[in-house]
Write a protein that binds this ligand. Structure first.
Ligand SMILES: [Zn+2]
Length: 303
């Protein structure tokens, strides 16, 4: 499946920022939002916000409102209504039905412990079972057959990326055993519905992209262009994330936060200016090919 190298996108630019409402934004998520916003605005495009609220146990009440307030405080204006994935069940069910009609979905009840012990790609244990036993099960999407399983795309910063889905991850889960929709399916359905032409997001999602392109092909959804940003890391090289203790942004100093994110992106930063003006300057200098490639080290002085 060697395709989608250079998607021919005629539609006007449509970008998005898609946080999970699991807590306040931190500097890493602000950096993603800023880069994605600048890319959209520099192309006179639209920029949308989508709450990825598909995992209730991980969510924090009120985090969605806090995230929106934070975007506003930093001058990151969005277009249209905010999309909530928790309200998109019907669209995910329709996509699942399409995949099932194509004979691409099967039930899997392999215990997670067994899969983890095996390691490597999913071995396809449940793929050809005639009568799956009753009970809770996940739904897996068949990866394309060996030899036809290569997905290639050209990242706007990192160049050609090629993955073989059989090797990683094999047949993958599109609905979890607990009934929750898998991230991969929801993202593809929602980006397709919104008409997203350009995805700017963190490098940690680079491994998801081949799966998403394959799903786009299965669902006849156009493939957007991709730009995967380098991640902010701490002195020990760990990703700057909620899980590793990255603090929420201090909303009393949006100008300083924004200047810090812009500096990490190699863009002019002037904390003395209001956010709107900083963004204007940055937009005029925006050139994705000039973005830093490697991890972005956060010096301790800036913590
Ligand atoms: Zn299984």
């Amino acid at each position: 499946m060697l395709s989608s190298l250079l998607p021919m996108i005629q539609a006007p630019y449509c970008g998005r920022f898609a946080p999970s409402p699991t807590g306040p934004l931190h500097l890493g998520s602000l950096l993603t939002a800023v880069a994605s916003w600048l890319d959209a605005r520099a192309a006179q495009g639209t920029w949308h916000v989508r709450m990825e609220d598909l995992d209730p146990p991980r969510e924090v009440p009120g985090a969605d409102a806090l995230i929106l307030r934070c975007l506003e405080a930093h001058g990151l204006t969005w277009d249209g209504p905010v999309v909530y994935q928790s309200q998109r069940t019907a669209a995910y069910e329709a996509a699942l039905a399409t995949l099932q009609e194509a004979g691409l979905v099967y039930e899997c009840d392999c215990p997670r412990k067994v899969l983890r012990a095996q390691g490597g790609p999913y071995p396809g244990t449940c793929r050809n079972r005639r009568n799956p036993p009753p009970g809770a099960h996940a739904l897996r999407l068949c990866a394309p057959p060996l030899g036809a399983d290569q997905v290639a795309f050209r990242d706007r910063l990192r160049g050609l990326q090629v993955s073989a889905l059989q090797r990683d991850p094999g047949d993958f889960v599109i609905r979890r055993r607990d009934g929750l929709w898998a991230y991969q399916l929801a993202v593809v359905v929602d980006d397709g519905a919104l008409g997203v032409t350009d995805i700017v997001r963190g490098e940690d999602l680079l491994t998801s992209t081949a799966r998403q392109i394959y799903l786009q092909q299965c669902l006849s959804v156009p493939t957007p262009r991709y730009l995967h940003l380098p991640l902010i890391v701490d002195a020990a090289g760990h990703k700057w994330a909620k899980q590793t203790g990255a603090p929420g942004l201090n909303l009393t100093q949006p100008e300083a936060n924004l200047a810090q994110a812009l500096a990490l992106l190699n863009l002019p930063s002037t904390p003395a200016l209001p956010c709107e003006e900083q963004l204007q300057v940055a937009q005029a200098h925006w050139n994705p090919t000039q973005l830093p490639q490697g991890p972005l080290f956060l010096s301790e002085a800036l913590d």
